[in-house]
Write a protein that binds this ligand. Structure first.
Ligand code: ADP
Length: 333
């Protein structure tokens, strides 16, 4: 504990600059980024632009996407005076650690990862070397800051486990303890489903709800949400236990409303249209302060870039120190 009552040890997380963030990003990861600022002394959040170069679509509009994402993070409640918020490529030391890590990483382990197999399916014509090394670079991101905790969605669990293994291999190979094995930190909703009610919410599947959308756009998306598939007619009783809208109500609606929907849906007392209208209203109410803060930051883009540039400088100080220790541990002359 520190004098402020916060825990020692660093928190780190990163995400590729994919532009405007969606509810899945928020409920699966960003919510914890914000909350951990009050629990830990050091919180470090990175927009990992080098990772973005592994896929063609995320290579486009890097600057705009970085800016939009930073706006969303700040609007969600990241505080630049407390957290280091920075762009990965501003701290090139991560690429050095990536190279050192690559020497203690069996290739088979990388090609066996479910996330890699999924990428091969998604982009069979662009199975580049960087894609194979993606988890190695991610391990370097985390280890460079000696993070003890990594807030991410459940889809990242294999990568965090992989990071732990790489750190262990490195420390074992060089008989050192300079690097730290991190733990994953999931939210209460570690996998948020898209409006299709089936797949993980994701921009690439276009099943997402953007945090920064207008109330009207948000309402439109909510009305497209798939509910209990067994409930074909308004007069059929529904099952909230299998309904993604109900899952969302539990996060954004009052206890009374959740109770009412739970009861009324089961006896066809409320239809899906009305249920979704209530959710849309509550979601918009919840997002109103976020939208206000976002608009305030957007008044002054230079300030957003200042936050990122300043964060890069602060991150670099830590990174240089770690790299010096790593080189010493390896025994490089
Ligand atoms: P990246 O591939 O760089 O991690 P994403 O936008 O896919 O970028 O994810 C950013 C963060 O949001 C990650 O921590 C990820 O686990 C989390 N996340 C993304 N989509 C979801 C979702 N549908 N449910 C829960 N968490 C999610």
């Amino acid at each position: 504990m520190t004098e402020t009552g916060k825990k020692q040890g660093r928190v780190f997380s990163g995400a590729r600059p994919t532009g405007r963030q969606h509810l899945g990003n928020y409920l699966g990861a960003i919510k914890n980024y914000v909350a951990l600022q009050d629990e830990y002394k050091d919180t470090i959040y990175s927009i990992v632009d080098i990772h973005a170069l592994t896929t063609v679509e995320t290579t486009q509009n890097l600057k705009q996407n970085t800016y939009e994402m930073a706006l969303d993070w700040l609007a969600a409640g990241l505080r630049p005076d407390e957290s280091i918020i920075f762009i990965q490529s501003h701290v090139p030391e991560v690429m050095e650690l990536h190279t050192f890590f690559s020497m203690v990483t069996p290739l088979g382990k990388l090609t066996d990862l479910p996330t890699f197999k999924e990428k091969i399916r998604q982009q069979p014509h662009n199975v580049n070397y960087g894609l194979v090394g993606y988890p190695v670079l991610m391990a370097a991101d985390i280890a460079l800051y000696k993070a003890v905790l990594v807030p991410v969605g459940i889809d990242q669990a294999p990568h965090i486990e992989f990071t732990r293994e790489v750190v262990r291999s490195f420390n074992y190979r060089y008989k050192t303890d300079v690097l730290v094995e991190p733990q994953m930190k999931a939210t209460q909703v570690p996998k948020v489903l898209g409006i299709d009610g089936v797949s993980k919410m994701s921009k690439s599947l276009n099943n997402h709800i953007e945090l920064a959308a207008t109330p009207e756009e948000t309402q439109k998306r909510v009305m497209q949400m798939v509910t209990d598939p067994q409930r074909a007619r308004r007069s059929d009783p529904g099952n909230p236990d299998v309904c993604n809208v109900f899952t969302m109500h539990k996060i954004f609606s009052s206890a009374e409303e959740v109770e009412m929907i739970n009861t009324e849906c089961r006896r066809a007392g409320i239809g899906c249209v009305d249920c979704k209208k209530i959710f849309a209203r509550n979601l918009n109410d919840n997002l109103a302060p976020f939208r206000e803060r976002r608009a305030a930051w957007a008044q002054n883009p230079d300030q957003v870039w200042d936050v990122l540039n300043d964060g890069g400088k602060r991150a670099k100080v830590i990174a240089e120190q770690t790299i010096a220790e790593v080189k010493e541990a390896i025994g490089l002359p």
